[in-house]
Design a binder for this molecule. Structure first.
Ligand code: KG4
Ligand code: ZN
Length: 323
C-alpha cells in the first residue's frame, strides 16, 4: 500500500458524483447528486438537461468530497462511455482541479469501473482468471478477466442492455424511470411463471444476449388484461434466468476461479439470490452498484498517472477495455 489518495469524478449519464479513495480500498468521501427526478417526466435521460444539471452540481459536489479529505495525489475522471455533453462537464472540472492542485489526471473507463466496484477492499482475495459480468443500463457483457486491466470479450448484447430492457418494460407497465427498482418491487407481488417469456439467442455466439424479443412479448402481454405484477415477475425471471444460463455456459468453456459482477442491475435482490455458483462471487455493495465516483477513484489506483491534464478528451463510445 502506498497511501495514494485519489479524487474521482463521475458524470457519464445522470449522476454527478465525486469521491476520495485511498489505494483503491478505503473510501474517505463519497458524494452523489442524482438527476433521476429531472428525467422521470421524459421516461429516460434527456441529454441537454443532463449536461445543464451536471454544470450546476459539479463544483459543489467536488467541494464536498474534498472537504474532509487528505491531500490529493491524483485526479481520476470517467472518460466514457457516456453522453458527450455530460462527460465534458466532469472532464473539464477534473482538468481544472488537477491543474489547480498540480497533480496528474487519469481517464477511466466507466464500465470497467463498474466491475472494479465489486472488488474494492477485497482485491487481494480475488483469484484470476475471473468471469466478468457487466449488467448496466448501457451495457451487458461477459468478459474473461485475466487480471485488472486485461480483458477478453466473450459476448455482449445484440440489441438492448439488460438495464435498458428493465427501463423499457417499466415504461410499458406505467412505472417511472429508472424502471429497474420499480419492476423489481412489482415483481415481488407477481407469479414469475404466469407468462412463458424467454430471452433470445444469438445464432453466431451462444454466450451473447438479446432482449428485444422478450420486450416485444411483454408489450403484447401488456395489451391484454393481465396482472402487471405477473408480467413484471415473468419478465424478470426470463431476463435473469437467461443471464445465469449464459454465465454457466461461459464458465464451462472458459474455466474461471471467481466471478465479478457490476452495473446498476446488480442492485436487484432477485438476481443476487439466483447467483449460487460454486465459485467466489463478488458483487458491489449496494451503494456502489449505481453510477458513483468511488469506483472511478478506486480503479484509477490500478492505472498509471500517464496524462497531463490538458490532453484528456471525452470518449463517448469508449469500449476499448475489453478488446
Ligand atoms: O450501471 P448504471 O447505474 O448505469 C449505466 O452505466 O448504464 O445502471 C442503471 C441501470 C438502469 O437501467 C436501471 O433501471 C437499472 O440499472 N437498475 C436495476 C435495478 N436498479 C437499477 N435493474 C433491475 N433491478 C434493480 N433493482
Ligand atoms: Zn454506469
Amino acid at each position: 500500500m502506498d497511501n495514494r489518495c485519489i479524487l474521482g469524478i463521475e458524470s457519464t449519464c445522470d449522476e454527478t458524483a465525486a469521491a476520495v479513495v485511498v489505494d483503491g480500498r478505503e473510501i474517505i468521501t463519497h458524494v452523489i447528486a442524482s438527476q433521476a427526478a429531472v428525467h422521470e417526466q421524459f421516461g429516460g435521460v434527456y441529454p441537454e438537461l443532463a449536461s445543464r444539471h451536471h454544470l450546476d452540481k459539479v463544483s459543489p459536489i467536488i467541494t464536498e468530497a474534498l472537504r474532509s479529505a487528505p491531500p490529493i495525489d491524483c485526479v481520476a475522471v470517467a472518460q466514457g462511455p457516456g453522453l458527450v455533453g455530460s462527460l465534458l462537464v466532469g472532464i473539464n472540472a477534473a482538468k481544472g482541479v488537477a491543474m489547480g492542485l498540480g497533480v496528474p489526471l487519469i481517464g477511466i473507463n466507466h464500465v470497467e469501473a463498474h466491475l472494479y466496484a465489486a472488488i474494492m477492499g477485497k482485491q487481494d482475495t480475488v483469484q484470476y482468471p475471473a468471469l466478468g459480468v457487466v449488467l448496466s443500463g448501457g451495457h451487458t457483457a461477459l468478459l474473461l478477466i485475466k487480471k485488472i486491466g486485461e480483458y477478453e470479450l466473450i459476448s455482449s448484447t445484440a440489441d438492448d442492455a439488460v438495464g435498458e430492457a428493465f427501463d423499457k418494460v417499466a415504461a410499458m407497465l406505467d412505472l417511472p424511470y429508472p424502471g429497474g427498482p420499480h419492476v423489481e418491487k412489482l415483481a415481488k407481488e407477481g407469479d414469475p411463471h404466469a407468462h412463458p417469456f424467454r430471452a433470445g439467442r444469438v445464432k453466431t455466439n451462444p454466450f451473447a444476449f438479446s432482449f428485444s424479443g422478450l420486450k416485444t412479448s411483454v408489450l403484447y402481454a401488456c395489451q391484454k388484461p393481465h396482472s402487471k405484477a405477473d408480467i413484471a415477475a415473468s419478465f424478470q425471471r426470463a431476463a435473469f434466468s437467461d443471464i445465469k444460463k449464459k454465465m454457466t455456459l461461459a464458465l464451462e468453456q472458459f474455466p474461471c476461479r471467481s466471478i465479478l459482477l457490476g452495473g446498476g442491475v446488480t442492485n436487484n435482490k432477485a438476481l443476487r439470490d439466483l447467483l449460487n455458483f460454486d465459485l467466489p462471487t463478488f458483487l458491489p455493495p449496494p451503494p456502489l452498484t449505481l453510477d458513483n465516483a468511488a469506483m472511478i477513484a478506486g480503479l484509477a489506483y490500478e492505472k498509471s498517472p500517464a496524462m497531463s491534464p490538458s490532453n484528456l478528451t471525452p470518449k463517448p463510445r469508449l469500449k476499448a477495455f475489453w478488446s
